[in-house]
Write a protein that binds this ligand. Structure first.
Ligand code: ADP
Ligand code: ADP
Length: 233
C-alpha cells in the first residue's frame, strides 16, 4: 500500500517582488516499507519536499496524501497531530535535550501522544534496546559518542511506531566509520518493515537506499531503483 502520494505539488516562496518556485509539479509515490534517498544540489528543493512530507509545511498547490489521508489543506493543529502520529524525524544535529537522560529523550514523543508514565518507560527502553543502547538509558547525550547520540535520536523517531522515518542528512555530522554503522541500523530497520526516506548528498550513503530520487531546480530529475544496494560495512 502507498504511504506517500504527492500529486503535482508546487511550493512557491515570495521574497519581496520575487517569486521562488521551490517545487514544480512534483509527483512521487512511496509504498509502505520502501527505503528512499533524496539527492540533488543545494537549493534543488530537498528540504522543502521533506518539510511537506513531514507535515511541517503545506504545498502552495497540489495534493499530498499521507497514509491515505489528504493532508494538503490541513490547519497547523491538524498537521501537528498527524505529524506526532505518523512521522519519526532524524536530524543531522540529533536535536536531543542535553539535560535529559537517553530514556527521557526517547520517551518525549510519547508524552505528546498521551501514554502513561510506565508505558513510556517500557516503550522507550524497547526502542533504545532496538538500536543497541539498552545499557545507556540513564546517560545524558553529552556522555555518548556522536554515533550513539544519533542512535538515541533514531530510537526517539521509532518509539511511536510511525508510518515513515524521515532522516535529513542523518550522517552529516559523523565520521565515515560511524556513518556506516548508522546505515547498518537503517538497513535493519528497513528489513524489519520500516519506511525510510533520507536526504543525503553522499553517494556512498545514498547507495544503501533501494531507490534514489534526484531533484534539480524544484523538479524530479530522476527516480531510479537501486538494483544492488549496499548491505554490509
Ligand atoms: P539543506 O538545504 O537541506 O540544509 P544543503 O543542500 O544546503 O541542505 O546542504 C546541507 C549541508 O551539506 C551544508 O553544510 C552544505 O554545505 C553541505 N553540502 C551540500 N551539498 C554538498 C556536496 N555536494 N558536497 C559537500 N557538502 C555538501
Ligand atoms: P535544498 O534542501 O535542496 O537545499 P531548499 O528546499 O532548501 O533546497 O530550497 C529550494 C529553493 O527554495 C531555494 O531556491 C531556496 O532558496 C528557496 N527557499 C527555501 N526556503 C525558503 C524560504 N523560507 N523563503 C524563501 N525561499 C526559500
Amino acid at each position: 500500500s502507498k504511504v506517500i502520494e504527492t500529486h503535482d505539488i508546487n511550493k512557491t516562496y515570495k521574497m519581496g517582488s520575487e517569486i521562488i518556485e521551490a517545487l514544480k509539479s512534483v509527483s512521487i509515490s512511496v509504498d509502505r516499507g520502501e527505503y528512499v534517498a533524496f539527492m540533488g544540489p543545494s537549493g534543488s528543493g530537498k528540504s522543502t519536499l521533506m518539510n511537506i512530507i513531514g507535515c511541517l509545511d503545506s504545498p502552495t498547490s497540489g495534493t499530498y496524501i499521507l497514509s491515505g489521508k489528504d493532508v494538503s489543506d490541513m490547519s497547523e493543529n491538524e498537521l501537528a497531530e498527524i505529524r506526532n502520529k505518523e512521522i519519526g524525524f532524524v536530524f543531522q544535529t540529533f536535536n536531543l535535550l542535553p539535560r535529559a537522560s537517553c530514556l527521557d529523550n526517547v520517551a518525549l514523543p510519547l508524552v505528546y501522544a498521551g501514554y502513561s508514565r510506565s508505558d513510556r518507560k517500557e516503550l522507550a527502553f524497547q526502542a533504545l534496546s532496538d538500536v543497541g543502547l539498552g545499557d545507556r538509558t540513564k546517560h545524558r547525550p553529552n556522555e555518548l559518542s556522536g554515533g550513539q547520540r544519533q542512535r538515541v535520536a533514531i530510537a526517539r523517531a521509532l518509539v511511536n511506531n510511525p508510518s515513515i522515518i524521515l532522516a535529513d542528512e542523518p550522517t552529516g555530522n559523523l565520521d565515515s566509520k560511524t556513518s556506516y554503522g548508522i546505515m547498518e541500523l537503517f538497513h535493519e530497520l528497513h528489513a524489519g518493515g520500516n519506511t525510510i526516506i533520507m536526504v543525503t548528498h553522499e553517494d556512498d550513503i545514498a547507495h544503501y537506499a533501494h531507490r534514489v530520487i534526484r531533484l534539480r531546480d524544484g523538479l524530479v530529475e530522476t527516480d531510479k531503483i537501486n538494483p544492488n544496494p549496499t548491505r554490509g560495512i
